[in-house]
Each structure stands twice: as C-alpha cells, then as structure tokens.
Design a protein around this ligand. Structure first.
Ligand code: T5A
Length: 216
C-alpha cells in the first residue's frame, strides 16, 4: 500500500528495457509543470553524483563479473544516498518527485532476473526506505523482444541489456506478479507500451489526470 512522506507525491516509472520510460517521463513532467506542481525529475540507479558513479559501475561492462549479491547491495547503496539526500528532502519540502525506476526494478531484475531471494530484497527495502513507498507507479508493459528491439536500435548495449532473452522474460514476469498482486486501491497502473506512442501517452495522461485531481 502506498504511503506519503511529507507533502510531495512520489511517482515512479517502471518497465523492462526499451519500453519507453525515458520518453514518457518527459511527457509527465510537462503535464505536471502545466499544473504548476513543483517537481523533481530523477532516476535510479543514480540521482546524485555518488549514486551516478555506482550506476556507471553497474551498467558498464567489465572484465570482472559482478557478484549478484554485490550487485544487489550496490543498487541499495545508491538508493540510500539518493533517498536520504535528494528524494526525501524534496518530498518533505512539498516537491513532487518523478523517478525513472525504483525498488520494483530491484524485485524485477535482481529478484526475477538474477533469481535472488525476495525476502532479502524486502529486508534491504525496509532498512533503506523504512515506510517510504511510491504513491503512484506506472508500469509500462511490453513483449520482451519488442522492447529489446526498440532499445537496441538506439545505442551500445549496457551490461544489463546484454543479458539473454530468458533473463528479460523473468524480469517481466516478476514485474507482472508485483503489479497484479497489489489489487485493491493499487498504486500500480499497467500501461500497454506495445501500442503506438500517441495511444500510450493518452493512457498515461488519463492516469495522471485522475491522480492529480485526487491530490491537488
Ligand atoms: N536496474 C535498475 C536494476 O537492475 N536494478 C534496480 O534496482 C534498478 C533501479 C538501468 C538499468 O539498471 C537496472 C535495469 C536497467 O537495465 P535504464 O537506462 O534506466 O538502465 O533502463 P533502460 O530500460 O535501459 O532504459 P532505456 O532508455 O533503454 O529504456 P526506456 O527509457 O524505457 O526507453 P526509451 O524511452 O528510451 O525508448 C526506447 C526507444 O523506443 C522508442 C523511443 O523513441 C526510443 O527510441 N519508443 C517507442 N517507439 C514506438 N512506440 C512506442 N510506444 C514507443 N515508446 C518509446
């Protein structure tokens, strides 16, 4: 269940590779700005200089394979820095925070993709976030092959994007399990991202309109 800290609202964007998070988060930013909402756009892993350095370590390919538990701890180390120095102070000041990926990504990639124990992820979540959870999560869902084809059309593949297709199928299943288990008054909204951009954006704005009307 979502919980608000301070006056700002915490909105997260989730989904697998190439699903359109970066594209659509900019639309949401413009929409919220048009409502005169004080807003911070940020991302994970990253969002502070230190956390961005951890992001580089996580995404860059290297000769030394990263141990899975080490990867999980790096994700949460970056998150602790991001939350304590950027996200929580902004929410407490009444600023809305729009974040490209958050802890659902950890359940999907480290839990689903890597197969790490979700109890361990939940323990770290409690330590790092305490009671903080997103108020609204837009989960963009897409067939894995279609998402990867969009992502690979753009740039060199990073360490995660170079994983096998089975890895991304497990990521998607883990996302769907989380989105579907949290049904009554869910803060999750599933958006079919396989549709054309115009349709996807219309559906996202419908969710945002309703959310803003409830909270402004
Ligand atoms: N990670 C992250 C973890 O393992 N654990 C964690 O806890 C966290 C927080 C971060 C990586 O870190 C991992 C997961 C990730 O692998 P990232 O850059 O945030 O990496 O994530 P990516 O998914 O790699 O981001 P991308 O930029 O690849 O994907 P986006 O942002 O979802 O996609 P976007 O908007 O760039 O769009 C991709 C292309 O598709 C087009 C766009 O124009 C663009 O060219 N497009 C569409 N085309 C047709 N129809 C539509 N509806 C379209 N929407 C977008």
């Amino acid at each position: 269940m979502s919980k608000q800290i301070g006056k700002g609202k915490f909105i997260t964007f989730e989904g697998s590779e190439g699903v359109g998070k970066s594209t659509n988060i900019l639309l949401v930013k413009e929409f919220l700005a048009s409502k005169n909402i004080d807003l911070l756009l940020t991302r994970e892993p990253g969002g502070t200089p230190l956390a961005e350095n951890i992001r580089t370590l996580l995404l860059n390919k290297s000769d030394e394979a990263i141990d899975e538990t080490c990867e999980l701890l790096m994700v949460f180390a970056a998150r602790a820095q991001h939350l304590n120095t950027v996200i929580t102070p902004a929410l407490n000041a009444g600023t809305w925070v729009l974040c490209d990926r958050f802890t659902d990504s950890t359940y999907a990639y480290q839990g689903g993709g890597r197969g790490l124990d979700t109890t361990l992820i939940a323990q770290l979540e409690n330590i790092v976030q305490k009671t903080l959870k997103p108020d609204l999560t837009l989960y963009l869902d897409i067939d894995v092959k279609l998402g990867l084809s969009r992502a690979s059309a753009r740039a060199d593949l990073d360490r995660f994007e170079s994983e096998e297709i089975d890895f991304f199928e497990r990521v998607r299943l883990a996302y769907l399990k989380r989105v579907k288990m949290d049904l009554p008054n869910s803060h999750y909204h599933l958006i079919d991202a396989s549709e054309n951009l115009e349709r996807v954006q219309k559906n996202i704005l419908a969710v945002l309109n309703e959310f803003v009307a409830k909270h402004l």
